[in-house]
Design a protein around this ligand. Structure first.
Ligand SMILES: Cc1cc2nc3c(=O)[nH]c(=O)nc-3n(C[C@H](O)[C@H](O)[C@H](O)COP(=O)(O)OP(=O)(O)OC[C@H]3O[C@@H](n4cnc5c(N)ncnc54)[C@H](O)[C@@H]3O)c2cc1C
Length: 463
């Protein structure tokens, strides 16, 4: 029986690959949950999407499960500022990428309406913002576009995206187009992400088309509704600092408050940058293969800066703006959600975010306003609404320490190695361990949880 068949037997996976209470209910008469056959306890580290999803599947089998979460919130990198301007601003995950995946189906299943985001970007070429329709005769731009379009078919050597762009002889004045469109959404700069990894992920992508947002509920509200039946299993303000698995009969976890927690199996969903930083000590130390694999996957800084203006000076129809400045991409976060559409969200990822780490919020905002002023004739600082603008830096969040995982050169296969369980007792989930082309997304987190739970069930349930 393979893992998917195993989960299907347990009535957890609907065709879209998703289990949620409403769907489980419809499966129940046909496939009742198995009786509890495991008298141990599973602890999940982290109440982000992966931890919550794993807990829901485990709980449905009546297996004793608890989630230990470092912060006082669930959702992890799904986080909202509910009081922002005239609409709630998503500080982490925002778009639903694709219409054929577990996350999309889950939201659809709750009856919440999703809106497809119009794709109408402006590209700043030689300091002037232009729509695609105005760039038909710009050969450098056209070369950059066809490079992007052909990435899925690329067969060349494993290079950084920057080196691939250089060897494809894309003119320097169009490099930011490739970087903003390809690397920024992956949480990276183009000098750090692997072009081979991008091609592999494009070929593995099976999550559908389009980009959507939920119009009436924030993603945290949606998560709260979907996982409402297991939120009581989360113990908040419990940052795990040590995992002792020397004793074959039990695993002892220690938290930052000095308390111990015993269990027989652990699922770790802490972000890759937290693991790399060594914030969780493992005793005995983890196999070299696991830790070496962590270093073959990238995860760098990520800053979202919400800039509000008194008027929309960039064109209300424009969905995003790709620039050569500090932020390779600005997107119109209010489009379709705000009455006024007067907010630009700067997405600063990877080394560019790391470079700004020492600056104050005010300094970061000023740098962005200077960039925008140069493009829009000084209108940015003139129309700036400071009261409704702010910076959110993911690398400064102690239990995230960055944006999302991304492939680096020589990283092929690393995510799969990272996901390999240790002694059939420590299991790994979280977006960085998703190896079907959707790491760095919410559905990647969900998929990783389903994989980790299937691995766990193969060991602990007598099937
Ligand atoms: C700026 C930004 C924009 C994004 N945009 C999108 C988007 O538009 N669409 C999309 O699909 N995805 C997007 N993502 C990615 C998406 O948010 C993540 O892939 C997904 O939420 C990750 O879920 P996770 O459960 O793997 O990790 P997390 O959500 O990070 O959850 C891990 C949890 O573990 C906890 N934790 C960490 N260390 C410890 C410890 N020692 N002890 C106990 N608990 C601990 C953390 O507090 C956290 O709650 C974005 C991410 C960022 C940062």
């Amino acid at each position: 029986m393979n893992r998917r068949e195993l989960l299907q037997r347990l009535a957890y996976v609907v065709p879209a690959g998703m289990m949620f209470p409403s769907l489980l209910h419809s499966c129940a008469p046909k496939d009742p949950p198995l009786k509890p056959v495991y008298d141990g306890k599973v602890i999940i580290i982290g109440a982000g999407i992966s931890g919550l999803h794993a807990a829901q599947i485990i709980k449905a089998q009546n297996v004793d499960v608890e989630i230990l979460e470092a912060t006082n919130l669930f959702g992890g990198r799904i986080k909202v500022n509910p009081d922002f301007f005239d609409f709630p601003l998503e500080q982490g995950a925002d778009y639903i990428y694709g219409n054929n995946n577990a996350w999309y189906s889950a939201i659809e299943g709750t009856g919440i309406s999703m809106v497809e985001i119009p794709v109408n970007p402006a590209y700043v070429m030689d300091g002037v913002p232009k729509l695609e329709s105005e760039l038909g005769s710009d050969i450098d731009f056209q070369n950059a576009q066809s490079f992007i379009n052909n990435l899925i078919n690329r067969t060349g050597p494993d290079l950084t995206l920057e080196n691939a762009v250089v060897s494809a002889q894309i003119a320097q004045r169009a490099h930011h187009v490739v970087e903003g469109v390809v690397a920024t959404p992956k949480g990276a700069t183009y000098d750090s992400i692997s072009v081979k990894g991008i091609t592999e992920n494009l070929n593995l992508w099976n999550d559908g088309d389009g980009r959507y947002f939920s119009q009436n509920q924030t993603l945290v509200q949606i998560v709260g509704n979907i996982y409402s039946n297991i939120l009581s299993l989360v113990k908040f303000n419990t940052p795990i600092t040590n995992i002792d698995y020397n004793d074959p009969t039990k695993i002892v976890l220690t938290d930052g408050n000095g308390d111990s927690h015993e269990c027989t199996r652990v699922i770790v969903t802490a972000p890759l940058a937290v693991l790399k930083a060594g914030d969780i000590n493992f005793s005995p130390t983890l196999p070299v293969g696991t830790t070496a694999a962590w270093n073959r996957v990238g995860m760098a800084g990520g800053i979202k800066v919400a800039l509000s203006f008194f008027v929309n000076f960039w064109d209300k129809q424009v969905s995003s703006i790709y620039t050569q400045g500090y932020a390779r991409e600005y997107y119109a976060a209010g489009m379709g959600r705000s009455n006024s559409n007067k907010v630009l969200t700067a997405t600063i990822m990877g080394a560019q975010a790391d470079a700004l780490a020492g600056k104050t919020d005010e300094e970061i905002i000023n740098l962005l306003l200077v960039d925008l002023d140069a493009i829009y004739d000084g209108q940015a600082s003139h129309q700036f609404n400071a009261e409704d603008s702010y910076v959110f830096d993911w690398s400064k969040q102690p239990y995230t320490k960055g944006a999302v995982s991304y492939p680096i050169v020589s990283g092929t296969g690393a995510a799969k190695t990272m996901a390999t369980p240790i002694e059939d007792r420590i299991f790994w989930a979280g977006e960085a361990t998703a190896f079907n082309g959707n790491n760095g997304t919410v559905q990647g987190g969900i998929e990783s949880a389903e994989r980790a739970v299937a691995e766990l069930f193969e060991i602990i349930l007598d099937l």
